[in-house]
Design a protein around this ligand. Structure first.
Ligand code: 2P0
Length: 357
């Protein structure tokens, strides 16, 4: 067992969305999904700048009186849902290592949490690396993704960098539902995600509760399953050919289709707000004026937009968004390499005091 271990990871943005489970306990999705693991360091364009890192330090020690978890300087209630997801992962690994010590986890996000920016994805993916290393475990990426999946589904895609696919699998025990890299970050370096923040507020309906309600009540959800095969094939071909127009067109359709099933849920779920809609119209207008899709919007379980484009179209997109008053900030992210180990000097834990620094 080692001392303090610190990792830094990042969120991912889904091009093909995960919204619905075939098994709630094992977290097995109804469909496969594809995402970009984002680069932590962003270029600020407007408003308050932010990067996309989750930095997490972990220490297992017999001298700790209890398990403790701090996020952004605040001690967490271990019964809180987000913290419980993280402890699921910790407990799986602790058991596997046969370790009975308590753990201290100190984590910091450099971006607004719970605003559709997948803080749980980067949180769990980063944690799983730090914990397994601190416990001296040597586990493959594939297996790490399967443990992460059981903490929170989308986090399994942040376990690796580049362009990642989470296979839905068909086995009832989840043994074939894991994430794997389709392409490394270097494959399409010009590909960008322009993140447009219109709200940093915590979402009203959690993804977990929302997607369960959609599966249960939305008549449209069944037809989504048929559309998904086409979208997955189209995104796959667009990535293979580096065909931005095809990629942009498909991610817009895919996002709209998922949000349509949310609206079709009883009671309806609406994550997109008037600013989100203004962004949709602005990008549709841009593509119309250009005579082809030069950028594609996609929205997760939040009002903030992710606009997928390439470096050469960045200024056009940003210019197009200028008139939208509700935009708080804009940053441009590239594709990243996934979680990375940091040195002792980067630790968030004071190992003498067994407390956050
Ligand atoms: C995604 N989202 O593919 C989709 C798009 C939100 C919309 O994955 O219940 O927090 O913990 O497995 O992973 C959000 O769902 O849900 C999500 P759980 P999770 O990124």
């Amino acid at each position: 067992m080692r001392g303090t271990v610190t990792y830094r990871g990042t969120p991912n943005i889904a091009l093909i969305k995960y919204w619905g489970k075939r098994d709630d306990k094992l977290i097995l999705p109804c469909n496969s999904s594809i995402s970009l693991t984002l680069k932590g360091e962003t270029t600020a364009v407007k408003g308050v700048p932010f990067n996309l890192y989750t930095k997490t330090s972990v220490l297992f020690s017999d001298k700790l009186a209890e398990d403790a978890f701090y996020i952004n300087g605040k001690k967490q209630d271990l019964n809180d849902k987000d913290v419980a997801e993280r402890f699921y992962v910790i407990n799986q690994l602790r058991e596997r290592a046969g370790n009975k010590s308590h753990v201290l986890v100190v984590s910091e996000n450099s971006f607004p949490t719970a605003s559709g920016l997948a803080s749980s994805a980067s949180g769990i993916a980063t944690l799983i690396y730090a914990v397994s290393r601190a416990l001296g475990l040597n586990i493959s990426e594939k297996e790490l993704s399967m443990i992460a999946r059981q903490g929170s589904g989308s986090s399994c895609r942040s376990v690796m960098g580049g362009i990642v696919k989470w296979e839905k699998g068909t086995a009832p025990d989840g043994s074939d539902s894991f994430a794997h890299q389709l392409y490394p970050a270097s494959y399409w370096p010009d590909l960008k995600d322009i993140i447009v923040i219109v709200s940093s507020a915590k979402k009203k309906v959690s993804s977990r509760a929302g997607m369960a309600q959609t599966v249960k009540t939305s008549p449209l959800y069944e037809s989504r399953q048929k559309v998904l095969d086409k979208h997955i094939a189209s995104v796959g071909a667009a990535l293979r050919d580096k065909d931005l127009s095809k990629l942009a067109e498909t991610v817009m359709k895919e996002s709209n289709n998922m949000h349509a099933t949310m609206l079709d849920t009883t009671p309806p779920i609406m994550y997109m707000d008037d600013n989100s809609k203004a962004i949709v119209y602005a990008i549709e207008d841009l593509n119309k004026n250009e005579g082809r899709a030069v950028a594609g919007y996609t929205f997760d379980a939040g009002a903030n937009a992710h606009i997928i484009t390439i470096e050469g179209n960045k200024d056009k997109v940003i210019n197009q968004l200028k008139g939208i008053e509700g935009i708080e900030s804009i940053v441009v992210a590239g594709i990243g390499n996934g979680p990375e180990l940091l040195g002792e000097d980067e630790s968030l834990i004071d190992s003498q005091r067994l407390a956050p620094k």
